[in-house]
Every structure is written in structure tokens, then in C-alpha cells.
Design a protein around this ligand. Structure first.
Ligand SMILES: Cc1cc2nc3c(=O)[nH]c(=O)nc-3n(C[C@H](O)[C@H](O)[C@H](O)COP(=O)(O)O)c2cc1C
Length: 174
């Protein structure tokens, strides 16, 4: 019985879908717009059991969406026609049985100006300089940043230090 249950469970989990894309924000989109967007996204994602990470560097977005195939696909269909961004490039579409951003209905991380960071040694150890390259220029490799920050999240959570993320990013966690 236990074996059957765990097989069923694995089967259900394995049907999770992960999408990672980059896009370019529409001119006039600012930090207040980003905060509103994160609130809207987190609320909707909570209802649908979707989680993920939304990065913003002041010019571009990079997002990871994870959840059931149906929910993620439904949200993505809306995202691609949203006028707040354009030039959407899907980098990763993969099924998975392991969510990278558990408990994050949609956490928004907006990069701080680099000048702010240089004064902080902790910020420097967390900093990935690829955050400050145009993500479009990184091509498919931009998705590595998402996997890197999933590791950072896991490590900081394990150490009980997740608040350190706010040294590198303005964090919007509705
Ligand atoms: C960069 C970006 C990321 C977004 N992420 C999400 C998201 O994770 N979840 C979500 O429901 N909507 C997200 N949206 C908003 C959707 O495009 C859409 O506005 C929202 O789902 C509400 O749609 P509705 O009012 O037609 O239901 C995002 C929009 C942008 C521009």
C-alpha cells in the first residue's frame, strides 16, 4: 500500500511544470508598478497553487513559474499578452518533481544599484554579477541565474538567514 501511494505521489509530483523566461519591461514601468505586479501575481498564484520567482533589473524581467501543468500554462497565456512587457523569450520549459521555489507564491526581487552593494561585504558574497548584465545578452544561460538563486534560497533558509536576500535585492514578498 505504501509503495503504491508513494508511486502515485511521485507520479503527481512529476507532472509539475517549470517555465523560465526573460522579457523587457514597458517604458514607464517603475518600482511601484513592480510592487503592484508582485501583489497581483502572488494573490492569483496562491489560488492556483503556483510558485516562483520574479526578477527585475530595472529594464528586464526574468521569471520562473512552477506548478501544475494546467495552472502554469493558464498563467503563462495571460503573461505573454500583458502590455507591461514585451520581447518574451522562453528559455526553459521542463517537467519536474522538485520545486525550486516552494512556499514562494511569487517573490519579486528587484536588483539594487550596484553602488549600494559595494559598501556591504555580505551583499558582495551573495552578489552574482550576471544580475547586472542585460539578461537578453546571456541567452539561454540566463536561466542559470534562476537555478543559482534557488540554491541561495535553500542555503539561506537552512541557515535561517533568508532576510540577507534584502542586502542584494529589494524584496517584494506579498
Ligand atoms: C512580468 C510579469 C509577470 C507576471 N507574473 C504573473 C504571475 O506569476 N501570476 C499571475 O497570475 N499573473 C502574473 N502576471 C500578470 C498577468 O499577466 C495577468 O495580468 C494576471 O494574471 C491577471 O489576469 P486576469 O485579470 O485576466 O485574471 C505577470 C505579468 C507580468 C508583466
Amino acid at each position: 500500500m505504501m509503495i503504491v501511494l508513494s508511486l502515485v505521489y511521485r507520479h503527481l509530483e512529476a507532472r509539475m511544470l517549470r517555465l523560465i523566461y526573460t522579457s523587457v519591461q514597458t517604458p514607464g514601468f517603475d518600482r511601484a508598478s513592480f510592487e503592484r505586479l508582485c501583489n497581483q501575481a502572488a494573490q492569483k498564484n496562491r489560488e492556483l497553487g503556483v510558485q516562483g520567482l520574479l526578477l527585475n533589473n530595472g529594464v528586464e524581467f526574468m521569471q520562473c513559474l512552477e506548478g501544475s501543468r494546467e495552472s502554469v500554462a493558464a498563467i503563462y497565456r495571460k503573461i505573454v499578452i500583458d502590455s507591461r512587457h514585451s520581447d518574451i523569450r522562453l528559455l526553459v520549459s521542463e517537467t519536474t518533481d522538485e520545486l525550486l521555489f516552494k512556499q514562494w507564491s511569487m517573490v519579486g526581487l528587484a536588483t539594487k544599484p550596484q553602488a549600494v552593494l559595494s559598501a556591504e561585504s555580505i551583499a558582495y558574497t551573495l552578489l552574482d554579477h550576471r544580475l547586472y548584465r542585460p539578461w537578453k545578452s546571456l541567452g539561454i544561460g540566463a536561466a542559470d541565474l534562476i537555478y543559482e538563486y534557488a540554491k541561495v534560497k535553500a542555503e539561506l533558509e537552512k541557515a535561517g538567514e533568508i532576510t540577507l536576500l534584502s542586502k542584494v535585492f529589494d524584496v517584494y514578498q506579498p
